[in-house]
Design a binder for this molecule. Structure first.
Ligand code: NCD
Length: 330
């Protein structure tokens, strides 16, 4: 197994100009939002801003030329895998996509530790999506290369939460003082687990709107309580939408239900329509990690408050920043 200390030891002391391998991010894994300090968050967002600027000025550049990323996805993905690919390629690096693990040696019974150990021989960084909570933390113990959690079952999705927070900052200019309402599948939705944890470091009020069987897990509510963040549980969105600065809608995670009949009972529990948006503040952000199934009507897409497609674009800048940082460049 590879400890953090061993990862540290793989750092070289002979570095070309431009490397910042003494930066606190070099060689680090990104497993949970809980690992970041306030300083880390400011730094990531500053670099993400620079990435946005660079992309708008020159599109792509060679900061990570010669570097290789393995996109190891054991669960479906459109945005996360594509945005890591776009991020890496805009920085001049390359990507080995391993999207369909059924065509790889995983289908022959290879263990996750063996898979990541093998990939580390080829690549400089691994992005992992896996159906089991804790998979990234486990895999990280077996590779010296940085590994980034792109969703571990119902656990966390830290890079999504970072891009969600970056979106809030870009759309509304600040986080402190906001009321953020998380809607939908708060039980199985890993994006809201990471986002609630991340937001609890700021002066926010959190509302949870979900069907009874899809409430935010107790362990997260308890953690957030310890931070002193006010939290309130609701079943109906209408009662809180008018006070919300951010409404963050999630898909009911059909694939995580043990009993399909339970899914049918709660699918379609919340649908944001132009009528719903009439109840919302004039200045607010309507967000969604996507994919949406029916939670937000397409008639809302042209509302200036609908931020979900911009959210995806911000995600590329945040992922560019993270890749540059863990690979020792910024
Ligand atoms: C989310 C995920 O995979 O957790 N998608 C994403 O990464 N943007 C949300 C979802 O699948 O509902």
């Amino acid at each position: 197994m590879t400890t953090t200390r061993e990862k540290e030891r793989t750092r070289s002391s002979h570095l070309p100009f431009g490397d910042q391998r003494d930066s606190p991010f070099y060689g680090r894994d990104i497993v949970s939002v809980r690992q970041f300090t306030d300083e880390d968050l400011r730094y990531i967002f500053d670099v993400a801003h620079e990435m946005r600027e660079m992309v708008s000025r020159i599109g792509a550049f060679d900061l990570l030329k010669g570097k290789l990323l393995a996109n190891l996805f054991y669960e479906p993905s459109t945005r996360t895998s594509a945005s890591f690919t776009a991020a890496m390629e805009r920085l001049g690096g390359s990507v080995i996509p391993i999207n369909e693990v059924k065509y790889s040696s995983v289908s022959k019974g290879e263990s996750l530790p063996d898979t990541v150990r093998s990939l580390e021989a080829y690549v400089d960084v691994i992005v992992l999506r896996h159906p089991e909570e804790g998979a990234t933390a486990l895999a990280a113990q077996y590779t010296k290369k940085p590994i980034i959690n792109a969703g571990d079952g119902v656990g966390e999705h830290p890079t999504q939460a970072l891009l969600d927070l970056f979106t809030i900052l870009e759309e509304l200019g600040e986080v402190d003082g906001l009321t953020v309402t998380l809607v939908g599948d708060l039980k199985y939705g890993r994006t809201v687990h990471s986002l609630a944890r991340l937001l609890s470091r700021y002066e926010v009020t959190l509302n949870y709107v979900s069907p009874d069987i899809l409430q935010m897990p107790d362990k997260i509510v308890t953690e957030i309580e310890e931070s002193g963040t006010p939290q309130a549980v609701h079943t109906d969105l209408e009662s809180v939408i008018g006070d919300s600065d951010v409404v963050y809608v999630t898909r009911v995670q059909k694939e995580r239900f043990e009993n399909p009949a339970d899914y049918e009972k709660v699918a379609g529990a919340y649908v944001i329509s132009p009528e719903t948006m009439k109840l919302a503040k004039e200045r607010m952000a309507l967000m969604h990690p996507l994919p949406r199934v029916n939670e937000i009507s397409i008639d809302v897409d042209d509302d200036p408050r609908a931020a979900y497609f911009r959210q995806m674009e911000y995600g590329m800048y945040v992922r560019m920043a993270l890749l540059a940082l863990v690979l020792g460049k910024a």
